[in-house]
Design a protein around this ligand. Structure first.
Ligand SMILES: [Fe+2]
Ligand SMILES: [Fe+2]
Length: 475
């Protein structure tokens, strides 16, 4: 059954009412979640009615319904993709065995850690984005921000359900802790560093949803292969929601670029000072934002050599991206993989056992995928006849984890001296002035159909509504 039961306090398609203890535990967690939303969710949004999609089914055809709702009344719930009959584990040492419907004792600690780490990122991004509504460039964008925020809230529910149902007392404690850590909090920060960074402006937000939500996609894809079937089914449904987040990022950056190249053509200039005077974001600044968000995000995949990654794979907890489509033996014992290291001031490829390099494998798949959007951004620039090309920086640029941590490498992949780094870093990463300039553009534009000067309108509205539709009612 793909239908979702909305008559219960917690909407679900997992027959929650048949497990009274679990239902009661989740119903006790629910008000804490709402308190967290009130304290840490989108600032000043309580009275607004927002045109949101809500999941009504897990059927890919017609899974969502649209309507104006108050966000704190959003029907957050537990939705799993339908189970596959007789699903088998398709990689690692347990290949060919039946997928697990429960957590095997020996994998309990690792699975819990994987689920907690994923779960922690979901509310973290809501916290990072909580002030952005105050400076939305349009009502359309404000609605998209809120849509992402409520869905990240639902992703938290997805992980909390697993913790409560399969991990007993430890799981319930972890679920509580997910509401206690806060992004950027000195005493009790979020687990991963990228989720403690600020998202101070809308260019950062679009970059975050393009690059960092895409990290989410790749992590979820790897977990969707898991031998632990409830985790696989949950993450598959999360991926359905995730696609829109990356769309917001890709189209958002695309619209910023569109507005900039339009201004460049109107003013017949590529002079940064003149473009800034005209109130648009110059392409070199956009490039520096790409460099920052790309490098911070690829760190999220972890160290390039990791015995944990090998264990997670061999024991069937976490597969590779599109594991099922690969043609190797899915055990990988004798296989090798090339990773980068620095020797005598040069970047060198070095062959290591693939099992230990699975973080790197996932990172490389991510890099291939994220380049696609940058190519599409370049087409906007090309179409406008502007001679400028955006690129993703070299994998070794500005890294803070693994064998490349702290090595000074230029965006085009040259190992550079400390002094060259110091002179050039202002061309490579956003400077305080860049951030102050972008920040100075942020102001609230929320009349239907109006857009801030630094961003072009979208080509289409949401759910076939017109662009000037009243996506948010302020009441
Ligand atoms: Fe998410
Ligand atoms: Fe997301």
């Amino acid at each position: 059954m793909s239908g979702i039961n909305y008559s219960e306090k917690i909407p679900n398609n997992v027959n929650l009412s048949e497990d009274r203890t679990l239902q009661r535990a989740l119903e006790q967690w629910q008000p804490n979640f709402i308190n967290w939303w009130d304290d840490m969710g989108p600032e000043g949004s309580t009275g607004m009615d927002v045109y949101l999609r809500t999941a009504v089914s897990v059927d890919p055809q017609g899974w969502a319904q649209f309507g104006h709702v108050k966000m704190r009344d959003y029907r957050w719930g537990v939705f799993l993709n339908p189970g596959e009959q007789d699903r088998k584990i398709h990689f690692g040492d347990h290949m060919g065995e039946k997928a697990w419907q429960d957590v095997p004792g020996e994998h309990r600690a690792n699975l819990r850690r994987i689920i907690v780490t994923q779960g922690d990122t979901e509310p973290a991004s809501v916290e990072q984005q909580r002030h952005l509504g105050l400076t939305a460039p349009s009502m359309y964008d404000l609605r998209n921000l809120f849509q992402i925020n409520v869905e990240e809230g639902r992703h938290l529910w997805a992980m909390v359900y697993l913790l409560h149902k399969y991990f007993g007392k430890d799981g319930r404690e972890e679920a509580d802790a997910l509401l206690q850590r806060n992004s950027g909090n000195e005493d009790n920060p979020r687990i991963l560093q990228a989720f403690n960074e600020k998202t101070p402006d809308w260019l950062s937000f679009f970059m975050f949803t393009y690059f960092t939500d895409r990290d989410g996609k790749f992590q979820l894809c790897a977990l969707a292969e898991s031998a632990f079937d409830p985790l696989a089914r949950t993450t598959k449904f999360m991926l359905t929601e995730e696609a829109h987040h990356m769309f917001v990022g890709e189209s958002g950056v695309g619209r910023v670029i569109q507005r900039t190249v339009n201004a460049m053509n109107e003013l017949k200039t590529d002079d940064v000072g003149k473009l800034r005077a005209a109130g648009v974001i110059d392409l070199p600044t956009i490039q520096r934002y790409i460099n920052f968000h790309f490098s911070v995000t690829i760190d999220l995949f972890g160290a390039d050599q990791s015995s944990n990654a090998a264990t997670f794979y061999s024991s069937g907890l976490k597969g590779r991206y599109e594991e099922g489509k690969r043609t190797d033996d899915h055990v990988l014992k004798g296989n090798t993989y090339k990773i980068l290291s620095v020797e005598d001031g040069k970047l060198l490829e070095k062959e290591v056992p693939m099992l230990n390099a699975l973080n790197e494998v996932l990172r490389d798949d991510y890099i291939k995928d994220s380049v696609g959007g940058v190519d599409r951004w370049n087409r906007i620039i090309e179409k406008a006849g502007v001679p400028f090309k955006l690129t993703v920086p070299h994998k070794a640029f500005h890294r803070n984890i693994g064998s490349l941590a702290g090595v000074k490498v230029s965006p085009d992949g040259r190992v550079v001296s400390e002094s060259e780094w110091q002179t050039k870093v202002g061309e490579w990463l956003p400077t305080d002035q860049d951030r102050a300039y972008v920040g100075s553009l942020m102001g609230r534009v929320v009349e239907p159909g109006k857009f801030a000067n630094w961003i072009a309108p979208p080509v289409m509205g949401i759910n076939r509504q017109p662009v000037d539709f009243e996506y948010v009612r302020f009441n």
